[in-house]
Design a binder for this molecule. Structure first.
Ligand code: BJW
Length: 262
């Protein structure tokens, strides 16, 4: 109301945030798994949000499968090219930046930090994260379906759909579609990081897509403290030790503050 001064009551910190921060202070090997939610505050839609999700107006099965690409390469490549340009126009948000800081703090004290991301948008790289495993590839790189040769398209709309490589084959985004194997090197790096980690944090993923959805169980088997940061309950909520409810752009900087500044 105009002209009135409002005093906000002091909001007590969510105990789950305190618990995650406490575990982070003690941890030597930290694994963070991210999903589309961590980029939501940068303006990229998530996959499964009924109102704004990327697939609210498309059936995912029609766009993110090798069969869809074979059936309608023009539609699929147009959609991916639009998303590629959309991601390039976005900026990393405070959640991405907080994960980059978490890595710096961990490595400065001789610990190890691994970021496993299902995201294809490269916003973690742009925020400064270093040790990143791209589980589902990246939309920034495309490859020839005939030769496998990879290209990085320039930051402008492609000229023709479906695009062709210099080798004459169709170009497709270097992402992992349903029914395709994740890159072997990404899986090996993930299991190596999960084996022996002492803190696992799942951020902004609904945890319904395998195999990433099962990583929490590998972490648990290693004896790690497990946690999640998400505005909503997910498929793994009942399995984690600590669930902090809220946006990652708000909560991750707060976890860092509690762990490293206090
Ligand atoms: C916020 C927020 C804010 C919002 N802050 N949070 C075993 C059992 C059953 C099925 C399978 C199985 N193994 C394999 C499968 C098949 C399949 C699968 O898992 N299907 C399930 C749907 C059941 N998996 C595969 O096919 C995988 N391949 C494989 O395993 O090969 C071997 C094999 C094949 C077949 C059979 C058996 C074995 C490949 C999966 C590839 C997934 N690819 C996609 C598309 C990538 C390209 C692209 O970008 O277009 O990856 S699908 C899509 O989902 C994308 C995402 O990376 C992935 C995960 O989605 P994510 O990130 O969780 O997003 P959302 O939208 O679901 O959730 C967002 C969350 O954010 C929500 O929780 C919000 O609340 C939250 N949020 N705002 C924090 N501000």
């Amino acid at each position: 109301m105009e002209g009135r001064v409002w005093y906000l009551p002091h909001m007590p910190t969510d105990p789950a945030l305190q618990d995650i921060a406490h575990a982070l202070r003690q941890a030597q090997r930290v694994v963070v798994l991210t999903g589309a939610g961590v980029s939501a505050e940068s303006g990229t839609p998530t996959f499964r949000d009924a109102m704004t999700g990327l697939w609210a107006s498309f059936n995912p099965e029609e766009l993110a499968t090798p069969e869809a690409f074979e059936r309608n390469p023009e539609l699929v490549t147009r959609w991916y090219d639009q998303r590629r340009l959309g991601c390039m126009a976005c900026l990393p948000n405070p959640g991405h930046l907080a994960l980059a800081r978490m890595e710096r703090e961990l490595t400065a004290r001789g610990g190890r930090f691994t970021l496993l991301t299902q995201n294809v948008d490269r916003l973690h790289q742009r925020a400064g994260s270093q040790n990143i495993v791209e589980l589902h590839g990246t939309i920034m790189v495309w490859r020839c379906t005939r030769t496998g040769r990879e290209v990085t398209p320039p930051p402008e709309p492609m000229q023709a759909f479906p695009p062709k490589s210099d080798d004459g084959g169709l170009l497709r985004p270097s992402v992992v579609w349903f029914g395709e194997m994740l890159p072997e090197s990404a899986l090996a790096a993930s299991f190596e990081a999960l084996d022996g980690c002492d803190l696992f944090i799942s951020v902004g993923t609904s945890s319904v897509v395998q195999p990433a959805a099962s990583f929490v169980f590998y972490a648990k088997r290693s004896g790690a403290t497990t946690s999640e940061v998400n505005p909503e309950d997910t498929a793994i909520t009942r399995w984690v030790d600590h669930a902090a409810r809220g946006k990652s752009g708000l909560l991750l900087p707060e976890i860092n503050r509690l762990a490293f500044d206090d």
